[in-house]
Structures are given as C-alpha cells and as structure tokens.
Write a protein that binds this ligand. Sequence first.
Ligand code: GDP
Ligand code: MG
Length: 597
Amino acid sequence: MKHIRNFCIIAHIDHGKSTLADRLLQTTGTISDRDMQAQALDDMDLERERGITIKSHAIQMNYKYEGQEYILNLIDTPGHVDFSYEVSRSIAACEGALLIVDASQGIEAQTISNLYLALEHDLEIIPILNKMDLPGAMPEEVSDQIVDLIGCRLDDIIPASGKTGLGVDRILEAVVNRIPPPKGDENAPLQAMIFDSVFNSFRGIIAYFRVKNGVIRKGQKVKFFNTGKEYNADEIGILKMDLFPKNEVRAGDVGYIISGIKQANEVKVGDTITSKENPCTEAIKGFEDVKPMVFAGIYPVDTEDYEELRYSMEKLQLNDSSLVFEPESSQALGFGFRCGFLGMLHMEIIQERLEREFNMTVITTVPNVSYHAFMKKDPDDLLIVNNPSELPDPAGMDRIEEPYINAQVITKAEYVGSIMTLCIEKRGELKNQVYLTQDRVELTFEMPLAEIVFDFYDRLKTVSRGYASFDYHPIGYKPSDLIKLDLLLNAEQVDALSALVHRSNAFDLGKKICLKLKELIPRQQFEIPIQAAIGAKVIARETIKALRKDVTAKCYGGDITRKRKLLEKQKEGKKRMRQVGRVEVPQEAFLAVLKLN
Ligand code: GDP
Ligand code: MG
C-alpha cells in the first residue's frame, strides 16, 4: 500500500483535465504514442464530440521514481454541475487531487466548488497552472488567485501545459511525494466503495470501486450494502486501458467487478461492497440516492414508435442509472414518458443519445422542476407534481412549494451590476458578495431552481460577455406564488405546453410565448389562433395566418426532379413535427418557453 497513490483531477470545465490526463498516460507508458488519440479517457462518442467528460473513468499507471515502482490510480471526473454527485464520489475514492486552473482564465465557479469537495474529504491538493503555452496566459495573476484560494505557497504551484507536455514530470513526482499513500486494513472485513459503473454490451454491468479495507477475491460472494443485493464476484481486476483481470484487489487499490448484475439501477454510485460471509458493520459514509432535478416529457414523433422508444429508454438506462422515466400520456402528444434528469445538460445528452444510438426521433416537452403541492383539506400531506398539467385545482390547494438553490457566480468586477439585475429578475436574493481578488467577485444568491432551467445560463453569459462562471447546490423547498399558464392552439388546450410560472411573470410570459409560437409554427392551410390562459381567462392572443398556396404549385410545369426535391425537403422538415389536433407543431415550439429573448 505504501507505493499506491490514488488521485483525481478537478477543474472547471475546459480547463484541460482530459488533455492533461492524456499526457500522464503517455508519459507513464500506459498508452503507447501509436494508440494515443486525443482524450483517451472520454470513450463515448458524444463525450469526444462535445469535449466534455460525462462519466468518470479510472485508470492505473505504473511509474518508476528513484528506483521504486509506484502504482498511480487516476480517476477522471466530470466537471459539469449536473454530475456533481459523481464528482464527489470520485473524490472520496482518492487521497489527493490535481487542481487544474487555466492560466488564461483564472479561477472559475467549479474550480472552487470542486476544491471545496476535495477539502471536505481531506485530499492533498496539488495546484497546477495549466495552458501555460497560451499567449493569453497570466501566470502571476492566476498564481496569486490560487495562493489566495488554497493558502499554498507560490512554489507549490506547478506550471504546466497539456498541449506541450510542460510540467508533466513535475506533476508525477508531486503525486508520489505530496499525496499520502492510502490507509486501510487488509485484514479487516471487506469495504469497497463504488464510484462509477458502466454498461458493456458484451460483459454486462461493470462497477468500479476503491477498496478501503480488506481484500476482494475472485469468485467470492459479495453484498452491496445499501441495496442489500448479493452477487458472485465472477470477475474482478484492475483498470488499465482495458480491464485487467486479477485474482484479488487489496485495500488501497482501485478495481472493477463483473458479477451478473442485470440493471444499472442495482449499482448505486456511493454504495459499499462487502463480503457476504464476513460483512463490515457499516457502510462507507456519503452514500446518497441521486434525485433527478429536471423533468420533461419525451414522446415519439410517430405515435407508432412508442414501444421502440420504451425499449430504447430501457437500454439507455442500463448505462445511465441516473435517468429515470415512467409512462405518461398527453392529450396533445399521446403516449410517451415523463423523464427525470440531473440537469439540463443531462437532458440534452439523453435526447441526443436516443437519436444517435437508437435512431429515435423524439419530441421533448418544456422541462420543469419537481413541485410540492399541499391541499387545504390536509395541509401536511405532500403531493409531488413532476408535470405542470397534473397540478391540482388551485381552489383546493393550500400552497405550492418549489425547489431553491444556492447559486455561486464568479465574475469580473465590472459585470457585478448587470449580473445582480439578472439574478433579481430571476427572483434571486443576494446573500453574499466576496472579492476574491481586486477584479474577481464571488456572488452568492438564493433563487428558485426553475429559473435556471429556463434561460439563466445563456443570459448570464450574455450579460457578462462570457466572463462569469456559475455553480449551484439545492437547499430545499420554499412556498411560492405559482400559477399554471396554459396554451391553446386552434382553441384546443395543449397540455404539453403548460408551465408553472410565478404570478408576477404570467402576463408578460403569456404574451411572449404566444409571439414565439407564432414565429415557430409554420403557416398552414387555415388560420390558427394562439392563446395563453390562466384558468378560463385568456391573457394573450396571436394569430397565424392561413397559407395561400400549395408549395408545389410554383413548380407547375417544371421538371419533376425539382418537384420531388421540394417534397423531400418538406418531409425532412416534418421529421420533428407533431400533429396536435389539426395543427402541425415543430419541436422548437414545445421548448418555446425556454427561448424567449
Ligand atoms: P476538460 O473539460 O477540463 O476535460 O478540458 P479538455 O482537456 O477537454 O480541454 C479543453 C480544451 O482546451 C480543448 O480544446 C483542449 O484542446 C484545450 N487544451 C487543453 N489543455 C491545453 C493546453 O495546455 N494548452 C492549450 N493551448 N490548449 C489546451
Ligand atoms: Mg474532459
């Protein structure tokens, strides 16, 4: 155990974690130069394209230092707030962290939130000033920020570049010298923490773990503490570029287990693996059942694809246990699923994977948070509302509560004014304002989570010209004056367009949504009125004028290929259209509420 080091890399998104991890793999010879492709650890296509790390991955490197062989287990973590629970579990599996800060950007919101997570777990922090090769690098200024933030000495900071390889040797030496070896007792009952799991279509579910105490052996009977399920450890091993089977994995080390697990949701990140014969008395602390934060309906564009969509979602859930869904039906859209996501990015990823990996064409409805409704007849009885169209009749309701968050925004001093204005418009309340340096300010707000689901991110970027970063944590539910805003197309209420909004915004929003729908819904053979209503009261109205001519009419007498092309084009455009009553509605219209500015 003396020669093992377990560490992770934490950083704000895009500060260069994955690139630097690649350099470490190359320098230690874990991956040959020939096999090197950019961001070796991001093995999902989508991750590579978007340049983001969605799932954490672990890899073992061998490193020789002053004649001694060391085992370095690197755990890559996703940087996005949607996946912060996974970050926290990865961190709990380590003794040290490389804190990467982009020298041209400086400290950002997730630098700080991930650092706090690492400090909570008493990790040794190795600060790294990355992207030193960039002409815009500001080493002195950013070093000062780092010193202020973590209270280290200036020469603890390692200047580096994932691009040129600068600093990589110093980083590896620091991992050996500064990060303590794991503690733990090989003779104690087995206690291993699951920090990740993946689904492999050949091998089934593979769970990754860090052994805290004891030894896990091939073939032994194991028990997952929190789910209570028992399995046979069919295969265990360590993680190189591929799975590397072993007969045992001992305290301090990181490994994987394959054990005939059928469903991804049987493997909970944070759960403890112990032995069936000689179980530990308590689980490793910090386990949480992750709850979805954002809900939306997903419907097939073609109603006949419902069963296929169910099959695809089940498959997808096999390797993403944080996706939850249940069947629902909508008057407007027919049969589909109400899905729960960790956040907006997670929702986009699921939609994209359904389309790419399963060839499904789907309509996603306006996302919403989960509301708590309390009825007059029993004000203590909580009713969970994950779909605005299921809100009970307001007359019978005592109150509605909505989830609130603590939001941290870090920005340049000159944008503080406009960011405050935005946050107040989003029903936020300023709680704290701290100058990190003369020019960098951290603002803390309390605000409703729903406001972030709407266009907060984009607006924040706009008002700060990109010089603001943002992170948030849920802080519980608070009562709110919310009402249901309904939309009618061609005099028919479209349940999939309903949203819960704050009373003070309702009129303004109603008007804007009608206008936006008018812009998004193509003209059809007849006139289509669009109305926004609260209960029976119409508060806004727009009209889409009828189309005058058939599109093919202008091809009359023209050559047939041109006509066919036009029809093809029309069909393409139809791909993401849904027939709602008599009206053809494009996907964008279902998300109109999100795109109002
Ligand atoms: P992550 O989100 O923290 O994993 O960041 P990535 O490793 O995906 O890098 C984000 C972007 O920064 C990519 O476009 C990289 O090519 C680029 N990048 C990463 N490290 C460096 C570096 O040291 N120098 C320069 N110039 N660019 C870098
Ligand atoms: Mg990455």
